[in-house]
Write a protein that binds this ligand. Structure first.
Ligand code: NAP
Length: 255
């Protein structure tokens, strides 16, 4: 089936974790999922293998996914990523800004490079992608943008000043862009996960994981699929009247 007859879904950071689950939630015969990940240099075999695994899993569900190595923090790389997609498809129906990193540390010890890396990838990355995708969506007079925030963007968290600032920024960015694009039939929402089992949280000590889980009324960490299901809903026709919202997916740890 040519791309012109498919729903075109773009997911950033789709090679692992929540991003992979989001890709799988969109997998189907009528959809082409373009996702990115970032595999710089000559030592990126694991990143490339993870992206290939996402493509394979989507294909196993009867869908089509194409993964490309793109640094979302680079405006130039993002422009050429979307050019590749739009030259082929002429459309972007859904954009999910999911790529994100942590570089934790207390404020007084936080290095400038760790502040910059987190803000550049988590916040500027979403801005870069929305800016390009919005041009095509405005011409279509249709589109759904979903930004992955975090519960800590609402609550704050010690040791994560950079990450919290990026996620609070994502929430503000979502609302501003929702207001700008609403008249063109484009919805813009954020999903704020709580504590989700992925590589990002795997490095926490068992003690820290137990402390997190004890704060969750539903009594368990979330799974990437718990987040992906809400993203898929926000991109569906059933959510056509929802824009500018932040949907929390956190087992009740913040209400
Ligand atoms: P993850 O397992 O570490 O996966 C991160 C993904 O982002 C990977 O695909 C990674 O690709 C990609 N990525 C990183 N830097 C990139 C860059 N510069 N350009 C393009 N892609 C890049 O993380 P996750 O836990 O699934 O988190 C996904 C999102 O959910 C993030 O925005 C995170 O902040 C948010 N979140 C997570 C949790 C949680 O508890 N896990 C809670 C709240 C919010 P490579 O492997 O190639 O680097």
């Amino acid at each position: 089936m040519p791309d012109q007859n498919r729903r075109i879904v773009v997911v950033t950071g789709g090679s692992r974790g929540i991003g992979r689950a989001i890709c799988l939630s969109f997998a189907g015969p009528d959809t082409h999922i373009y996702f990115n990940y970032f595999a710089p240099g000559d030592f990126a075999a694991a990143e490339i293998a993870a992206a290939a695994e996402t493509e394979k899993l989507v294909s196993g569900l009867g869908g089509l996914a194409t993964g490309l190595s793109v640094n979302v923090a680079s405006e130039k790389d993002v422009s050429s990523f979307f050019k590749t997609i739009i030259d082929k498809t002429k459309q972007v129906d859904v954009l999910v800004n999911n790529a994100g990193i942590t570089r934790d540390g207390l404020l007084v010890r936080m290095k400038e490079k760790d502040w910059d890396a987190v803000l550049d990838i988590n916040l500027k990355g979403a801005f870069n992608c929305m800016k390009v995708a919005a041009r095509t969506m405005m011409k279509q007079r249709f589109g759904c943008i979903i930004n992955i925030a975090s519960v800590v963007g609402a609550t704050g968290n010690p040791g994560q000043a950079n990450y919290v600032a990026s996620k609070a920024g994502i929430i503000g960015l979502t609302k501003a862009v929702a207001l700008e694009l609403a008249s063109r039939g484009i919805t813009v929402n954020a999903v704020a996960p709580g504590f989700i089992e992925t590589d990002m949280t795997a490095s926490l000590s068992d003690k820290a994981k137990e402390a997190m889980t004890s704060q969750i009324p539903l009594g368990r960490a979330g799974k990437p699929e718990d987040v992906a299901a809400v993203v898929a809903f926000l991109a569906s026709k059933s959510a056509a009247y929802i824009t500018g919202q932040v949907i929390h997916v956190n087992g009740g740890m913040y209400m």
